[in-house]
Design a protein around this ligand. Structure first.
Ligand code: AMP
Length: 224
């Protein structure tokens, strides 16, 4: 089963993607996480991508598109859930073409709908676990609040060290990321609409203002 996951930064898309991936044994492919791995590992690709990511700009297509398509091509097994790509109409067209050429079906388009102001508030409160980026931690949500250990906040799932992403604390970078997401001419909303209208995939659209569990139940109930 292959799924495209859409939602603005802060909508809980990564958390929901991880839940769906686990339930169906899918590869959870996150373009942002692949970039962060490259930056951490000091690769050439990481060095090139770093400045764009810190500013909240898109990494250029000539770096991003081959990187994501290569990862998709390596996915074996039950399928994948792709998160963070495509983020523009041009990326949507490139992905559509690559899927068709390789005969890879697209089964679901998942869209998490969330108001821009709420998304921004959520981004600023999230904390990243050093052991697993899919361990949800957020200082403003009771259900996923980090726990205190030796006077320090640590991951509520595994006790791992927590950090913030630099681009999560920079309001200008957040606004830029959201400008790109909510742009329905050439940005991510254009990519969402492209796949909603042009593919045979079933569309699952959920209200991202609800709680994590409620959203995941709604998503899972629509996957057959
Ligand atoms: P994310 O973790 O999805 O918020 O992505 C973090 C950053 O990685 C973004 O703000 C972009 O700079 C970069 N990035 C992730 N996915 C893409 C993409 N599909 N196209 C271009 N840049 C991307």
């Amino acid at each position: 089963m292959n799924i495209l996951a859409f939602g603005p930064n802060g909508s809980g898309k990564g958390t929901q993607g991880a839940i769906v991936a686990k339930k169906y044994g899918l590869d959870h492919i996150e373009s942002g996480a692949i970039f962060r791995e490259h930056i951490k590992g000091g690769t050439e690709l990481g060095k090139k991508a770093k400045e764009y990511i810190e500013r909240g700009d898109l990494v250029p297509d000539d770096i991003t598109i081959p990187m994501v398509l290569e990862t998709l091509g390596k996915s074996k097994g039950n399928g994948w859930i792709l998160d963070g790509f495509p983020r523009s109409l041009a990326q949507a067209e490139a992905l559509d073409k690559a899927l068709k050429e390789s005969g890879m079906p697209l089964d679901y388009v998942l869209e998490i709908v969330l108001d821009r102001n709420i998304a921004k508030e959520r981004i600023m409160g999230r904390r990243l676990c050093a052991n697993d980026p899919n361990h949800p931690n957020h200082i403003a949500f009771e259900a996923i609040k980090p726990v205190e250990k030796d006077g320090k906040l640590v991951c509520r799932v595994c006790g791992g060290e927590l950090s913030t992403r630099a681009d999560d604390q920079d309001e200008e970078a957040i606004n830029k990321r959201h400008d790109i997401y909510y742009d329905d001419k050439t940005g991510t909303m254009a990519a969402v609409n492209y796949f909603k209208n042009k593919s045979d995939a079933k569309v699952i659209s959920v209200d991202g203002s609800k709680g994590i569990q409620e959203i995941s139940e709604e998503i899972l109930s629509q996957i057959k």
